[in-house]
Design a protein around this ligand. Structure first.
Ligand SMILES: Nc1nc2c(ncn2[C@@H]2O[C@H](COP(=O)(O)OP(=O)(O)O)[C@@H](O)[C@H]2O)c(=O)[nH]1
Ligand SMILES: [Mg+2]
Length: 605
């Protein structure tokens, strides 16, 4: 009989966004009867509400399937560039990858970047072209492209339809025959890598692990090598994709352990779990560097919490929510900060704008936190005249006075865009207006790869949306941080009804400051709800007001209740209203609703 363990296959599905990973996972779940037909909703593994709402995968999702005597551990992965850290962690837990390509779209930017990550992990990669139920007119070319990319022959490329299920069984059989089984080492002391985690109110921290060596049973004691925290294994098991208990987890297996730990800070993704220390630490993950920062503050009215005493307890609740969320999103970074107007809050760091938006939605949906988010910023390096060390500034309110600054630097990215040739000139124009440099064009079969360097600040603004719209959705992009470069920056300050709103401040490339100030003032005018009094909107830069607008007062028709022809009475009421307006203006304590903060930095408004 075959040695136990040799019948295990651990693999991921990787692809560009929307190429059909989660739908393919559905077909696998169906084929292996892991989820019963009547329960299988589309993109079943996208279990989070947010994933269903947005139609995208945000988290990696592990699931175990049984097929023809084999144990198959599949991890579905997200495709968006902001969630690459999820993909790379999933890759470190498996031996093989299905690289899926949408036959209509062909190879896209994340196809290349995910392939690169899989190669770095020495995974066996199986190429598949999806959506063959559609009328793909140059299928032969698409096959050849993918085969060339994978350095293989076209007969190795599997043609499938994740929608109809065509050839999905062939693909799964290929995974079984070509992906190697994990290296099994049951005799060595237990070591496992934590690749993800989440918090459970009853069982505490649940760590998702890949067991590398040895074996672990329910009730045994474990230790986390980074925090040295100890715990008992309350329960353990595998994913179906919900948690399913079993007796033990052995070398080569993927599963979860319930630790009972109530302090989320004790468990870190990438850490090694053992039974005893000392033990050699497994190569974990390189910590991702947050590159987009924003302040998060509890909106007035507070969170939807049952806690009666607001204030301190709400803030404590906020902190606890963040540390719980971090367990399930190890790329999230946070540190406390204060704002004169907004009170106590946190500065959060993200991998990109989608990561920011998703986090805000998760904090609201999963933790009931209604938050004000300040204008996002990239980290800037500033050299001060009287200080030799460069300072990294991630908060515009900490921006030094311009006469104190010796020089500044901003982060740049190396970007790769894949596009059909006809959009080349429009894209080059976009790159130019976004301050891009070092532009190169290469051909990729019948399309082009444009590589360039661009300031990250331009990228997070609206580069992606612009690229999609000028290429009718056909161009795709990927980028990675390439380093800091010298630049000239200026701070824009927003003054509403005479009061500075630090949360709306932003740092901006000097040459774009005036234009940006004017459009910011206009945008605020459009978005800010009318008050009972006129609100002056001013934007300050270079030590002066560079843009101003006035938001007119809300006109309440106070005479509406007075019918009949008594004109003097009408005049009296109107006069009173005017006085009222003046009084209101004097006491103006303008509140900016959270939606306004959100809308001011989102391009679509
Ligand atoms: N016609 C067709 N559509 C597909 C196929 N596979 C996936 N799709 C659709 O493509 C979209 C993206 O699928 P999804 O599985 O969420 O992609 P993911 O982002 O890679 O996980 C969805 O609207 C699917 O219904 C296929 O084989 N044929
Ligand atoms: Mg998906």
């Amino acid at each position: 009989m075959e040695e136990k363990g040799k019948n295990i296959r651990n693999f991921v599905i990787i692809a560009h966004i929307d190429h059909g990973k989660s739908t393919l996972a559905d077909r696998f779940l169906e084929l292996t009867k892991t989820v019963s037909q009547n329960k299988l909703t589309p993109q079943y593994l996208d279990g989070m509400n947010l994933e269903k709402e947005h139609g995208i995968t945000i988290k990696m999702h592990p699931v175990q399937m049984n097929y023809n005597g084999f144990i198959l551990n599949l991890i579905d992965t997200p495709g968006h560039v902001d969630f690459t850290y999820e993909v790379s962690r999933a890759l470190a837990a498996v031996e093989g990858a299905i690289l899926l390509v949408d036959g209509m779209q062909g190879i896209q930017a994340q196809t290349l970047s995910n392939l690169q990550l899989a190669k770095e992990q020495n995974l066996k990669i199986i190429g598949a072209i999806n959506k063959i139920d559609l009328d793909i007119h140059d299928l032969e070319n698409k096959k050849k492209e993918l085969a060339d990319l994978l350095d293989t022959t076209i007969d190795n490329i599997v043609l499938i339809s994740a929608k109809t299920g065509k050839n999905v069984d062939l693909l799964l059989k290929k995974v079984i025959s070509e992906v190697s089984h994990p290296i099994i080492n049951k005799e060595l002391p237990f070591r496992a890598l934590i690749f993800d985690s989440h918090y459970d109110d009853y069982k505490g921290v649940i760590a998702y692990i890949r067991v590398v060596e040895g074996e672990i049973k329910k009730g045994e004691k474990i230790v986390f090598t980074a925090s040295k925290a100890k715990s008992d294994v309350l329960d353990l098991g595998y994913f179906i994709p919900e948690l399913k208990s079993k007796e033990n987890l052995k070398s080569g297996e993927i599963g979860w352990v319930a630790t009972g730990l109530k302090d989320p800070g004790l468990v870190r993704v990438g850490d090694t779990i053992a039974k005893k220390l000392p033990i050699e630490i497994l190569p974990g993950y390189e910590e991702p560097k947050p590159m987009v920062f924003a302040g998060f503050y509890l909106a007035k009215g507070g969170p939807v919490s049952l806690v009666k005493k607001k204030g301190e307890q709400d803030f404590e609740n906020f902190r606890y929510s963040l540390s719980q969320l971090k367990l399930n999103d190890s790329a999230l970074y946070f540190t406390p900060e204060n704002s004169e107007v907004l009170g106590r809050g946190y500065r959060l760091g993200f991998l990109g704008m989608l990561h920011l938006k998703i986090t805000q939605e998760r904090l609201k949906g999963e933790y009931g936190l209604n938050l004000i988010v300040t204008h996002p910023t990239v980290p800037y390096k500033v050299l001060l005249k009287e200080n030799e060390a460069a300072k990294i500034i991630t908060n515009p309110s900490e921006w030094p006075r311009s006469d104190q600054i010796l020089s500044c630097e901003e982060p740049w990215v190396k970007m790769e865009i894949i596009t059909p040739t006809e959009y080349l000139s429009a894209i080059l124009k976009l790159i130019n207006t976004s301050r891009g440099e070092d532009i190169n064009t290469l051909s990729l079969f019948d399309r082009l790869i444009i590589t360039c360097q661009i300031p990250l600040e331009e990228v997070i603004k609206d580069f992606y949306d612009n690229l999609k719209s000028i290429s009718s959705g056909y161009a795709s992009l990927n980028y990675e941080i390439s380093g800091y470069k010298k630049t000239q920056l200026e701070k824009l300050e927003v003054i509403l009804a005479g009061k500075t709103f630090e949360g709306l401040s932003r740092i901006i490339f000097e040459k774009k400051a005036e234009r940006e100030a004017r459009s910011l003032a206009l945008k605020i005018k459009e978005i800010l709800p009318h008050q009972n009094y006129p609100v002056s909107i001013q934007v300050k830069a270079f030590g002066r007001i560079v843009a101003r607008e006035t938001l007119s007062a809300l006109k309440k028709d106070v005479t509406a209740g007075l019918y009949g022809g008594d004109i003097t009475r009408k005049m009296k009421v109107l006069k009173r209203q005017q006085k009222g307006k003046k009084r209101l203006l004097d006491q103006a304590n303008l509140q900016v609703p959270p939606e306004v903060f959100l809308k001011i930095f989102s391009k679509s408004n």
